[in-house]
Write a protein that binds this ligand. Sequence first.
Ligand code: ATP
Length: 356
Amino acid sequence: MVQININNLLSSYDLNDLTIATVCSHSSLQLFHGAKKEGFKTLGIAVGESRRKFYDAFPLAKPDEFLMVDNYKDILSHTDELKEKNVIVIPHGSFVEYLGAETFLTLDLPTFGNRQVLNWESDRNQERVWLEGAGLTMPKEIKDPHFIESPVIVKYHGAKGGKGFFIAKSFEEFKRRIDKKKTYTIQEFVLGTRYYLHYFYSPIQNNGYKLDKGNLQLLSMDRRDETTIDEVQRLGSIAELEEVGIHPTFVVTGNIPIVLRESLLPKVFSMGERVVQESLKLFGGIIGSFCLETVVTEHLEFKVFEISARIVAGTNPYISGSPYADYIQPNLSTGRRIAQEIKYAAKHDLLTEILS
Ligand code: ATP
């Protein structure tokens, strides 16, 4: 396996002429928009010429140049060319998915954040070790489907965006619906309201909400719009629909801006803080943006069912700030915050602290 040495990678870079690059999808409009605001050059990596035309529709978020590839793995054959442009790559969910985790881990380009986080985030067991180690409450896991006594959600491993997930209320229902060819996890279905919390952890800045090392910001939060679970009741109750073979699904189609009861915000910071502290112990720290995906129960308890360890698409409604980011700086998006972190690190010779 290729060992990435960030010092070597940066040794040929002109730090006054950096280019921010990402794959043209997911949150790329926001990332390019934010990077341009901070004065960076931008480069979009895309498959297919039609992408170029699409970005013409949004001049303020259009990358300065494109790298057109036949498929995403072809990025590997362009790394020398990208290094000459002093490219720093910003990963997002689609970037990692299109490239494949293994290729992403060995991509020979300076990458924002700590790539080691993938080993903890992509394996649901490791993720539980991390989050429960941080003292967060996760939904109970049901090891044996015979013991399903209340509603559960069944999640297939590696299924992105909730694809194929289903709810079961008994072992019989589980047996009827399960695809045994796939590996899965069974979790207690937590009843409550969902909040997807968007944090930013900087190991190199010491203002604001301070941690032992660095600081933590809450930039925004969203609720995912998931089809068909969020709309199915237009047709009848879930029970009625299931009788005729219509089962709700959890595929994300969009994101809705939201704010949380203000009295719950201290808990939000405490959860974020503990997740960061534990990550520093386990693998050198989660750096930059991350999202805790939570359900708040009627007892006002947070249950965290997942962590996303990079910018999430739920930040896209907030390109001009959010009800939280506005208390930090006007017009601060997560994309812009990432660009600011890179700019600050380049200026203070700290890039190796935030890139991998
Ligand atoms: P992504 O990687 O895009 O975040 P995923 O495929 O890993 O998605 P999850 O985020 O774990 O899937 O779950 C998908 C959706 O299922 C959630 O957005 C939420 O609506 C619902 N969900 C997940 N876990 C639970 C739970 N324990 N209780 C209630 N609903 C849940």
